[in-house]
Design a protein around this ligand. Structure first.
Ligand code: UD1
Ligand code: UDP
Length: 385
Protein backbone atom coordinates (compact mmCIF):
# COMPACT_ATOMS: atom_id res chain seq x y z
CA UNK A 1 0.00 0.00 0.00
CA UNK A 2 1.29 3.47 -0.92
CA UNK A 3 2.14 5.80 1.95
CA UNK A 4 -0.30 8.68 2.45
CA UNK A 5 0.90 12.30 2.37
CA UNK A 6 -1.64 14.79 3.75
CA UNK A 7 -0.84 18.19 2.23
CA UNK A 8 -2.55 21.19 3.72
CA UNK A 9 -2.64 24.88 2.79
CA UNK A 10 -5.00 27.78 3.29
CA UNK A 11 -3.91 31.06 1.71
CA UNK A 12 -2.88 32.34 -1.72
CA UNK A 13 0.90 32.18 -1.23
CA UNK A 14 0.80 28.71 0.35
CA UNK A 15 -1.21 27.44 -2.62
CA UNK A 16 1.21 28.97 -5.16
CA UNK A 17 4.19 27.49 -3.33
CA UNK A 18 2.64 24.06 -2.66
CA UNK A 19 1.25 23.69 -6.20
CA UNK A 20 4.59 22.52 -7.71
CA UNK A 21 4.96 20.00 -4.85
CA UNK A 22 1.44 18.58 -5.21
CA UNK A 23 1.78 18.34 -9.00
CA UNK A 24 5.23 16.69 -8.85
CA UNK A 25 4.13 14.13 -6.25
CA UNK A 26 1.01 13.26 -8.21
CA UNK A 27 2.96 12.97 -11.45
CA UNK A 28 5.31 10.41 -9.89
CA UNK A 29 2.47 8.24 -8.46
CA UNK A 30 4.66 6.87 -5.64
CA UNK A 31 2.41 8.14 -2.82
CA UNK A 32 -1.26 8.53 -2.04
CA UNK A 33 -1.54 12.34 -2.03
CA UNK A 34 -4.44 13.86 -0.06
CA UNK A 35 -4.90 17.63 -0.34
CA UNK A 36 -6.73 19.67 2.28
CA UNK A 37 -7.60 23.35 1.97
CA UNK A 38 -8.30 25.09 5.23
CA UNK A 39 -9.99 27.90 3.31
CA UNK A 40 -8.33 30.57 5.48
CA UNK A 41 -8.58 32.55 2.23
CA UNK A 42 -11.50 31.97 -0.14
CA UNK A 43 -11.51 33.82 -3.47
CA UNK A 44 -7.74 34.39 -3.46
CA UNK A 45 -7.13 30.71 -2.73
CA UNK A 46 -9.66 29.44 -5.26
CA UNK A 47 -7.99 31.57 -7.95
CA UNK A 48 -4.72 29.68 -7.44
CA UNK A 49 -6.31 26.24 -7.11
CA UNK A 50 -8.08 26.87 -10.41
CA UNK A 51 -5.02 28.37 -12.12
CA UNK A 52 -2.84 25.33 -11.35
CA UNK A 53 -5.76 22.83 -11.72
CA UNK A 54 -4.95 21.45 -8.27
CA UNK A 55 -7.00 18.43 -7.22
CA UNK A 56 -8.55 19.08 -3.79
CA UNK A 57 -9.84 16.31 -1.50
CA UNK A 58 -10.99 18.31 1.54
CA UNK A 59 -11.95 21.92 2.16
CA UNK A 60 -12.58 23.20 5.69
CA UNK A 61 -13.90 26.50 4.33
CA UNK A 62 -13.16 28.41 7.54
CA UNK A 63 -12.82 32.01 6.29
CA UNK A 64 -14.88 34.74 7.93
CA UNK A 65 -14.81 38.45 7.15
CA UNK A 66 -12.26 40.28 9.32
CA UNK A 67 -11.35 37.01 10.99
CA UNK A 68 -9.32 36.83 14.19
CA UNK A 69 -6.17 34.78 14.67
CA UNK A 70 -8.00 32.81 17.37
CA UNK A 71 -10.77 31.89 14.94
CA UNK A 72 -8.31 30.65 12.29
CA UNK A 73 -6.33 28.59 14.80
CA UNK A 74 -9.29 26.92 16.48
CA UNK A 75 -11.24 26.30 13.26
CA UNK A 76 -8.22 24.67 11.60
CA UNK A 77 -7.49 22.49 14.65
CA UNK A 78 -11.12 21.41 14.94
CA UNK A 79 -11.48 20.85 11.20
CA UNK A 80 -8.32 18.87 10.53
CA UNK A 81 -8.46 16.46 13.43
CA UNK A 82 -11.30 14.23 12.15
CA UNK A 83 -9.70 14.20 8.68
CA UNK A 84 -6.44 12.96 10.14
CA UNK A 85 -8.37 10.27 11.96
CA UNK A 86 -10.10 9.20 8.73
CA UNK A 87 -7.16 9.50 6.29
CA UNK A 88 -4.48 8.07 8.64
CA UNK A 89 -1.60 9.85 6.88
CA UNK A 90 2.03 8.81 7.24
CA UNK A 91 3.10 12.45 6.99
CA UNK A 92 1.44 15.88 7.11
CA UNK A 93 2.99 18.58 4.93
CA UNK A 94 2.59 22.27 5.75
CA UNK A 95 4.01 25.35 4.10
CA UNK A 96 5.46 28.61 5.33
CA UNK A 97 4.27 30.78 8.18
CA UNK A 98 0.55 31.40 8.12
CA UNK A 99 -1.80 30.55 10.97
CA UNK A 100 -3.01 27.63 8.83
CA UNK A 101 0.60 26.36 8.83
CA UNK A 102 1.00 26.46 12.58
CA UNK A 103 -2.46 25.08 13.42
CA UNK A 104 -2.18 22.23 10.89
CA UNK A 105 1.24 21.27 12.28
CA UNK A 106 -0.19 21.30 15.81
CA UNK A 107 -3.17 19.16 14.74
CA UNK A 108 -0.73 16.62 13.25
CA UNK A 109 1.36 16.61 16.43
CA UNK A 110 -1.75 15.91 18.52
CA UNK A 111 -2.29 12.80 16.34
CA UNK A 112 1.43 11.92 16.55
CA UNK A 113 1.78 12.20 12.77
CA UNK A 114 5.19 13.51 11.64
CA UNK A 115 5.24 16.92 9.96
CA UNK A 116 7.29 18.09 6.97
CA UNK A 117 7.67 21.87 6.86
CA UNK A 118 8.23 23.36 3.42
CA UNK A 119 9.96 26.78 3.56
CA UNK A 120 11.38 26.05 7.01
CA UNK A 121 13.95 28.16 8.78
CA UNK A 122 13.07 31.72 7.69
CA UNK A 123 13.69 34.09 10.57
CA UNK A 124 13.74 37.70 11.68
CA UNK A 125 14.88 38.50 15.20
CA UNK A 126 11.53 39.97 16.18
CA UNK A 127 8.55 37.80 17.13
CA UNK A 128 6.19 40.69 16.33
CA UNK A 129 7.58 41.43 12.87
CA UNK A 130 6.18 40.03 10.72
CA UNK A 131 3.21 39.32 13.00
CA UNK A 132 2.13 36.59 13.55
CA UNK A 133 4.25 34.89 10.87
CA UNK A 134 7.53 34.93 12.79
CA UNK A 135 5.97 32.97 15.65
CA UNK A 136 3.95 30.74 13.32
CA UNK A 137 7.06 29.52 11.54
CA UNK A 138 9.09 29.10 14.73
CA UNK A 139 6.28 27.01 16.24
CA UNK A 140 5.84 25.01 13.02
CA UNK A 141 9.57 24.24 13.09
CA UNK A 142 9.36 23.07 16.73
CA UNK A 143 6.59 20.69 15.67
CA UNK A 144 8.27 19.49 12.46
CA UNK A 145 10.22 16.34 11.80
CA UNK A 146 11.50 17.21 8.30
CA UNK A 147 12.69 20.67 7.25
CA UNK A 148 12.67 21.70 3.61
CA UNK A 149 14.80 24.82 3.95
CA UNK A 150 14.75 27.07 0.87
CA UNK A 151 18.28 28.49 1.24
CA UNK A 152 21.55 27.86 3.05
CA UNK A 153 20.74 30.76 5.39
CA UNK A 154 17.49 29.04 6.45
CA UNK A 155 19.43 25.83 7.10
CA UNK A 156 21.90 27.77 9.24
CA UNK A 157 19.05 29.28 11.31
CA UNK A 158 17.57 25.82 11.93
CA UNK A 159 20.94 24.39 12.97
CA UNK A 160 21.46 27.33 15.35
CA UNK A 161 18.17 26.37 17.04
CA UNK A 162 19.31 22.77 17.50
CA UNK A 163 17.66 20.99 14.54
CA UNK A 164 19.49 17.79 13.53
CA UNK A 165 21.35 18.25 10.24
CA UNK A 166 20.02 14.97 8.81
CA UNK A 167 16.47 16.31 9.05
CA UNK A 168 17.22 19.38 6.89
CA UNK A 169 17.24 19.47 3.09
CA UNK A 170 18.07 22.72 1.27
CA UNK A 171 15.67 22.66 -1.66
CA UNK A 172 15.42 26.18 -3.07
CA UNK A 173 12.05 27.88 -2.76
CA UNK A 174 9.18 26.18 -4.59
CA UNK A 175 7.88 29.65 -5.54
CA UNK A 176 10.67 29.81 -8.13
CA UNK A 177 9.37 26.54 -9.64
CA UNK A 178 5.92 28.15 -9.94
CA UNK A 179 7.35 31.43 -11.23
CA UNK A 180 9.62 29.97 -13.92
CA UNK A 181 6.86 27.70 -15.21
CA UNK A 182 4.42 30.62 -15.33
CA UNK A 183 6.74 33.34 -16.66
CA UNK A 184 7.56 31.19 -19.70
CA UNK A 185 3.89 31.10 -20.79
CA UNK A 186 2.51 33.92 -22.99
CA UNK A 187 1.01 36.94 -21.19
CA UNK A 188 -2.75 36.57 -20.76
CA UNK A 189 -5.15 39.15 -22.25
CA UNK A 190 -5.32 42.13 -19.87
CA UNK A 191 -8.58 43.47 -18.50
CA UNK A 192 -9.35 46.81 -20.18
CA UNK A 193 -8.32 48.96 -17.23
CA UNK A 194 -4.90 47.32 -16.99
CA UNK A 195 -4.39 47.32 -20.77
CA UNK A 196 -5.01 51.10 -20.80
CA UNK A 197 -2.72 51.62 -17.81
CA UNK A 198 0.09 49.66 -19.45
CA UNK A 199 -0.24 51.77 -22.61
CA UNK A 200 0.34 55.01 -20.70
CA UNK A 201 3.80 56.51 -21.20
CA UNK A 202 6.10 56.68 -18.16
CA UNK A 203 7.26 54.30 -15.43
CA UNK A 204 5.01 51.62 -13.93
CA UNK A 205 5.16 50.81 -10.23
CA UNK A 206 3.50 47.61 -9.05
CA UNK A 207 2.18 47.85 -5.47
CA UNK A 208 0.95 45.22 -3.01
CA UNK A 209 0.38 45.66 0.73
CA UNK A 210 -1.30 43.44 3.29
CA UNK A 211 0.74 42.73 6.45
CA UNK A 212 -1.15 42.67 9.72
CA UNK A 213 1.49 44.66 11.60
CA UNK A 214 0.99 47.48 9.06
CA UNK A 215 -2.79 47.80 9.49
CA UNK A 216 -3.82 51.37 10.38
CA UNK A 217 -1.19 54.10 10.63
CA UNK A 218 1.70 52.40 8.72
CA UNK A 219 -0.66 51.71 5.80
CA UNK A 220 -1.94 55.28 5.92
CA UNK A 221 1.67 56.48 5.64
CA UNK A 222 2.24 54.23 2.61
CA UNK A 223 -0.92 55.59 0.98
CA UNK A 224 0.23 59.17 1.59
CA UNK A 225 3.64 58.39 0.07
CA UNK A 226 1.98 57.07 -3.10
CA UNK A 227 -0.21 60.16 -3.25
CA UNK A 228 2.76 62.48 -2.83
CA UNK A 229 4.82 60.75 -5.53
CA UNK A 230 1.80 60.89 -7.88
CA UNK A 231 1.52 64.66 -7.33
CA UNK A 232 5.24 65.25 -7.82
CA UNK A 233 5.62 62.97 -10.87
CA UNK A 234 2.42 62.87 -12.92
CA UNK A 235 3.98 60.45 -15.45
CA UNK A 236 4.24 57.58 -12.94
CA UNK A 237 1.47 54.95 -12.97
CA UNK A 238 0.84 52.79 -9.90
CA UNK A 239 -0.66 49.35 -10.61
CA UNK A 240 -2.30 48.13 -7.43
CA UNK A 241 -4.00 44.69 -7.29
CA UNK A 242 -5.53 45.19 -3.88
CA UNK A 243 -5.81 42.42 -1.27
CA UNK A 244 -9.39 41.47 -0.33
CA UNK A 245 -8.87 42.21 3.35
CA UNK A 246 -11.26 45.08 4.28
CA UNK A 247 -8.63 46.42 6.73
CA UNK A 248 -6.40 47.02 3.69
CA UNK A 249 -9.12 48.24 1.31
CA UNK A 250 -10.55 50.79 3.73
CA UNK A 251 -7.20 52.59 3.95
CA UNK A 252 -6.03 52.52 0.33
CA UNK A 253 -9.34 52.98 -1.47
CA UNK A 254 -10.19 55.80 0.90
CA UNK A 255 -6.90 57.63 0.33
CA UNK A 256 -6.22 56.90 -3.35
CA UNK A 257 -9.52 56.31 -5.18
CA UNK A 258 -9.45 59.80 -6.67
CA UNK A 259 -5.77 59.76 -7.67
CA UNK A 260 -5.69 59.34 -11.45
CA UNK A 261 -2.28 57.62 -11.57
CA UNK A 262 -3.33 54.84 -9.21
CA UNK A 263 -5.00 51.94 -11.02
CA UNK A 264 -6.65 49.51 -8.62
CA UNK A 265 -7.59 45.98 -9.67
CA UNK A 266 -8.97 43.00 -7.83
CA UNK A 267 -6.40 40.34 -6.83
CA UNK A 268 -5.03 38.95 -10.09
CA UNK A 269 -4.74 35.32 -11.14
CA UNK A 270 -1.14 34.19 -10.66
CA UNK A 271 -0.36 34.14 -14.39
CA UNK A 272 -1.56 37.72 -14.84
CA UNK A 273 0.32 38.87 -11.77
CA UNK A 274 3.59 37.32 -12.94
CA UNK A 275 3.26 39.01 -16.32
CA UNK A 276 2.39 42.31 -14.62
CA UNK A 277 5.61 42.01 -12.60
CA UNK A 278 7.47 41.49 -15.85
CA UNK A 279 5.83 44.62 -17.32
CA UNK A 280 6.49 46.82 -14.27
CA UNK A 281 9.64 48.87 -13.73
CA UNK A 282 9.68 48.74 -9.93
CA UNK A 283 7.80 46.76 -7.28
CA UNK A 284 6.90 48.20 -3.87
CA UNK A 285 5.51 45.61 -1.51
CA UNK A 286 5.40 44.05 1.94
CA UNK A 287 4.84 40.58 0.49
CA UNK A 288 7.11 37.66 1.29
CA UNK A 289 6.59 35.78 -1.97
CA UNK A 290 7.06 38.83 -4.18
CA UNK A 291 10.42 39.53 -2.52
CA UNK A 292 11.46 36.09 -3.75
CA UNK A 293 10.03 36.40 -7.25
CA UNK A 294 11.16 39.90 -8.25
CA UNK A 295 14.93 39.16 -8.19
CA UNK A 296 14.45 36.35 -10.72
CA UNK A 297 12.69 38.81 -13.01
CA UNK A 298 15.36 41.48 -12.43
CA UNK A 299 12.88 43.95 -10.93
CA UNK A 300 14.01 46.32 -8.17
CA UNK A 301 11.91 45.86 -5.02
CA UNK A 302 11.36 48.33 -2.22
CA UNK A 303 10.26 46.27 0.78
CA UNK A 304 7.83 48.27 2.92
CA UNK A 305 8.61 46.49 6.19
CA UNK A 306 10.92 47.03 9.15
CA UNK A 307 12.38 43.53 9.03
CA UNK A 308 12.81 40.80 6.46
CA UNK A 309 13.38 37.09 6.78
CA UNK A 310 14.62 37.13 3.20
CA UNK A 311 18.02 38.86 3.36
CA UNK A 312 19.31 37.20 0.19
CA UNK A 313 17.58 39.66 -2.18
CA UNK A 314 18.98 42.58 -0.18
CA UNK A 315 22.49 41.10 -0.24
CA UNK A 316 22.13 40.47 -3.97
CA UNK A 317 21.24 44.17 -4.39
CA UNK A 318 17.76 43.71 -5.96
CA UNK A 319 15.75 44.54 -2.84
CA UNK A 320 15.93 47.39 -0.35
CA UNK A 321 14.24 47.52 3.05
CA UNK A 322 12.47 50.90 3.29
CA UNK A 323 10.04 50.45 6.21
CA UNK A 324 6.71 52.28 6.27
CA UNK A 325 7.94 55.85 6.72
CA UNK A 326 6.24 57.83 3.94
CA UNK A 327 9.21 60.18 3.40
CA UNK A 328 11.66 57.31 2.98
CA UNK A 329 9.37 55.41 0.59
CA UNK A 330 8.74 58.50 -1.55
CA UNK A 331 12.44 59.43 -1.62
CA UNK A 332 13.67 55.92 -2.52
CA UNK A 333 11.01 55.45 -5.17
CA UNK A 334 11.71 58.81 -6.84
CA UNK A 335 15.43 58.08 -6.77
CA UNK A 336 14.92 54.75 -8.55
CA UNK A 337 12.64 56.30 -11.16
CA UNK A 338 14.77 59.36 -11.90
CA UNK A 339 18.37 58.13 -11.52
CA UNK A 340 19.19 55.66 -14.27
CA UNK A 341 22.35 54.35 -12.61
CA UNK A 342 20.57 53.83 -9.26
CA UNK A 343 17.94 51.83 -11.18
CA UNK A 344 20.49 49.78 -13.12
CA UNK A 345 22.34 48.89 -9.91
CA UNK A 346 19.18 47.21 -8.57
CA UNK A 347 17.73 45.76 -11.77
CA UNK A 348 19.78 42.56 -11.82
CA UNK A 349 18.27 39.21 -12.61
CA UNK A 350 19.59 36.96 -9.82
CA UNK A 351 18.31 33.71 -8.39
CA UNK A 352 19.18 33.59 -4.71
CA UNK A 353 15.97 31.79 -3.80
CA UNK A 354 15.80 28.79 -6.10
CA UNK A 355 16.47 27.22 -9.47
CA UNK A 356 13.06 25.81 -10.37
CA UNK A 357 13.79 22.30 -9.08
CA UNK A 358 12.70 22.58 -5.44
CA UNK A 359 9.62 20.37 -5.79
CA UNK A 360 11.73 17.63 -7.42
CA UNK A 361 14.16 17.72 -4.48
CA UNK A 362 11.26 17.49 -2.03
CA UNK A 363 9.73 14.53 -3.89
CA UNK A 364 13.15 12.83 -4.12
CA UNK A 365 13.67 13.28 -0.42
CA UNK A 366 10.22 11.92 0.46
CA UNK A 367 10.92 8.85 -1.68
CA UNK A 368 14.23 8.43 0.16
CA UNK A 369 12.59 8.86 3.54
CA UNK A 370 9.96 6.22 2.77
CA UNK A 371 12.49 3.74 1.33
CA UNK A 372 11.52 4.18 -2.33
CA UNK A 373 14.96 5.50 -3.30
CA UNK A 374 18.44 4.79 -2.02
CA UNK A 375 20.06 8.23 -2.11
CA UNK A 376 18.89 11.59 -0.77
CA UNK A 377 18.84 14.57 -3.17
CA UNK A 378 21.79 16.97 -3.28
CA UNK A 379 21.15 20.35 -1.63
CA UNK A 380 20.25 23.42 -3.69
CA UNK A 381 23.54 25.24 -3.81
CA UNK A 382 22.65 28.28 -5.89
CA UNK A 383 23.46 30.76 -3.18
CA UNK A 384 25.72 30.87 -0.15
CA UNK A 385 25.38 33.80 2.24
C1 UD1 B 1 -2.82 35.85 5.52
C2 UD1 B 1 -1.69 35.30 6.39
C3 UD1 B 1 -0.37 35.95 6.00
C4 UD1 B 1 -0.12 35.85 4.50
C5 UD1 B 1 -1.32 36.38 3.74
C6 UD1 B 1 -1.16 36.20 2.26
C7 UD1 B 1 -2.11 34.73 8.74
C8 UD1 B 1 -2.42 35.22 10.09
N1 UD1 B 1 -1.96 35.66 7.80
O1 UD1 B 1 -2.95 37.22 5.83
O2 UD1 B 1 0.69 35.32 6.69
O3 UD1 B 1 1.03 36.58 4.18
O4 UD1 B 1 -2.50 35.67 4.16
O5 UD1 B 1 -2.07 37.00 1.54
O6 UD1 B 1 -2.04 33.54 8.54
N2 UD1 B 1 -10.29 37.95 2.61
C9 UD1 B 1 -11.31 37.70 1.72
N3 UD1 B 1 -11.12 36.78 0.72
C10 UD1 B 1 -9.94 36.12 0.55
C11 UD1 B 1 -8.89 36.39 1.44
C12 UD1 B 1 -9.10 37.29 2.47
O7 UD1 B 1 -12.38 38.27 1.82
O8 UD1 B 1 -9.82 35.31 -0.39
C13 UD1 B 1 -10.50 38.92 3.72
C14 UD1 B 1 -11.42 38.37 4.83
O9 UD1 B 1 -12.19 39.42 5.34
C15 UD1 B 1 -10.41 37.90 5.89
C16 UD1 B 1 -9.35 38.96 5.73
O10 UD1 B 1 -9.25 39.21 4.34
O11 UD1 B 1 -10.96 37.83 7.18
C17 UD1 B 1 -8.00 38.59 6.29
O12 UD1 B 1 -7.56 37.32 5.87
P1 UD1 B 1 -6.44 36.56 6.76
O13 UD1 B 1 -6.09 35.27 6.12
O14 UD1 B 1 -6.85 36.52 8.19
O15 UD1 B 1 -5.21 37.56 6.73
P2 UD1 B 1 -4.29 38.02 5.53
O16 UD1 B 1 -3.94 39.44 5.80
O17 UD1 B 1 -4.88 37.64 4.24
N1 UDP C 1 0.03 37.34 -6.28
C1 UDP C 1 -0.99 36.99 -7.17
N2 UDP C 1 -1.93 37.94 -7.47
C2 UDP C 1 -1.93 39.18 -6.93
C3 UDP C 1 -0.92 39.52 -6.01
C4 UDP C 1 0.05 38.57 -5.70
O1 UDP C 1 -1.01 35.88 -7.69
O2 UDP C 1 -2.82 39.98 -7.25
C5 UDP C 1 1.05 36.33 -5.91
C6 UDP C 1 2.51 36.77 -5.95
O3 UDP C 1 3.07 36.56 -7.24
C7 UDP C 1 3.14 35.88 -4.89
C8 UDP C 1 2.02 35.68 -3.88
O4 UDP C 1 0.81 35.98 -4.56
O5 UDP C 1 3.51 34.62 -5.40
C9 UDP C 1 2.20 36.57 -2.70
O6 UDP C 1 1.07 36.57 -1.92
P1 UDP C 1 0.87 37.58 -0.71
O7 UDP C 1 1.64 38.83 -0.95
O8 UDP C 1 -0.60 37.69 -0.49
O9 UDP C 1 1.45 36.78 0.53
P2 UDP C 1 2.91 36.64 1.18
O10 UDP C 1 3.85 36.16 0.15
O11 UDP C 1 3.28 37.99 1.73
O12 UDP C 1 2.72 35.66 2.28
Amino acid sequence: MAHTLFITFGTRPEAIKMAPVVLELRRRERFRVVTCLTGQHREMLDQVVEGFSLPIDHDLNIMRQRQSLGHITSAVLDGIDPLLEAEKPDLVMVHGDTTTTFAAALAAYYRMVPVAHVEAGLRTDNIYSPFPEEMNRRLADRLADIYYAPTAAARKALLAEGASPERIVVTGNTVIDALLATASTPAPPWETKLARALERPGPKVLVTVHRRESWGTPMERVAQAIKRVSEQSPKITFLFPIHLNPAVRDVFRGALDTVRQVVFTEPLPYRSFVHLMKAADVVITDSGGIQEEAPTLGKPVLVMRDTTERPEGIEAGTARLVGTDGDVIARELLLLLTDRSAYERMANAVNPYGDGHAAERIADHLEYRFGLRTTPPADFSGYTP
